[in-house]
Design a binder for this molecule. Structure first.
Ligand code: NAP
Length: 255
């Protein structure tokens, strides 16, 4: 009997996770399967856990990251603080089970920072006159996860919103973008198939000491990253964060 893992969400047309995990299981000789559970109501979760006794862990995607919380027995500190769950560990004893919720967005992002900022470490420590600070574009779940990771390594940040949800609005950026060396796109703007779109920031004010990070991984180089690179800024996309999250989920399930 092989273990089963899966993804719950709605309208899952393709899934990075099922490809990633089935490939990993094959490559590493792990006796397990991974499948998608496309559900139209989160209350189906309990039925699924009962119907698949070999199911040991789940990823959770849109629109259930928040809605799933009332069905869980406990939350990790990150999930609690972000009020969102994207990984569930299923712990079974006989016919009963407990569901534990985790959030890997923040550590998945945080793990990418040392390599990205390594050349800035000296600056980070000695920037008395011009502190290293970040701008996060967007105010959704991904933006909160990024903010949590930045707080953990003491990088101050401001969020940018189209409305009143953030610290700043896009029209504020021309006068202050040079004070923020790390700019993170945590909006879906530029994601496939809308690859001709880019967040509304003053790209002409970017310089080679800016680092522009897009959480989007499809396409691998968004228009945001292309415009930043054209000004000489360093760039990074969301692929490593995604891969980190998959391995973090695996560690959580195997604990
Ligand atoms: P979301 O909730 O749909 O949107 C995030 C924020 O983006 C919104 O709160 C909104 O902020 C802003 N926004 C939305 N549509 C916009 C538009 N047309 N123009 C300008 N701003 C817009 O998304 P999310 O779940 O936080 O995820 C954000 C992005 O991160 C997505 O592209 C997602 O794929 C990516 N992501 C990647 C990873 C990874 O592992 N690489 C993990 C998580 C998320 P305001 O209303 O305040 O402007």
């Amino acid at each position: 009997m092989v273990d089963l893992y899966g993804l719950i969400g709605r309208g899952i047309t393709h899934s990075f996770s099922s490809e990633y995990f089935n490939d990993k299981f094959r490559r590493e000789g792990i006796a397990a399967d991974y499948r998608n559970f496309d559900i139209d109501d989160i209350s189906r979760l309990i039925h699924i856990v009962k119907s698949y006794p070999r199911l040991s862990g789940l990823n959770v995607t849109s629109p259930y990251k928040r809605e799933v919380i009332p069905f869980l027995d406990s939350l990790s500190p990150e999930a609690e603080s972000l009020n969102a769950v994207n990984v569930i560990r299923i712990h079974r004893t006989g016919d009963s089970f407990k569901l534990y919720g985790f959030n890997t967005d923040s550590p998945g992002f945080g793990m990418t920072l040392p390599a990205l900022l390594s050349k800035d470490v000296t600056n980070l420590q000695s920037k008395k006159t011009r502190p290293f600070q970040a701008l996060i574009l967007g105010t959704g779940g991904a933006a909160s996860a990024v903010g949590l990771a930045l707080t953990k390594i003491s990088i101050p940040y401001k969020t940018v919103s189209r409305g009143k949800n953030g610290d700043l609005r896009y029209c504020d950026l021309p006068s202050l973008i040079s004070d923020y060396r790390l700019i993170i796109n945590a909006t879906p703007v530029g994601m496939y198939p809308h690859t001709e779109e880019a967040p509304d920031i003053p790209y002409d004010l970017l310089r080679p000491d800016h680092i522009c990070y897009d959480l989007i991984y499809n396409p691998s180089q968004t228009l945001f990253l292309k415009k930043a690179a054209a000004m000489g800024a360093a760039t990074a996309n969301g692929l490593q964060m995604l891969l980190n999250q998959a391995e973090l989920a695996w560690q959580i399930w195997k604990e």
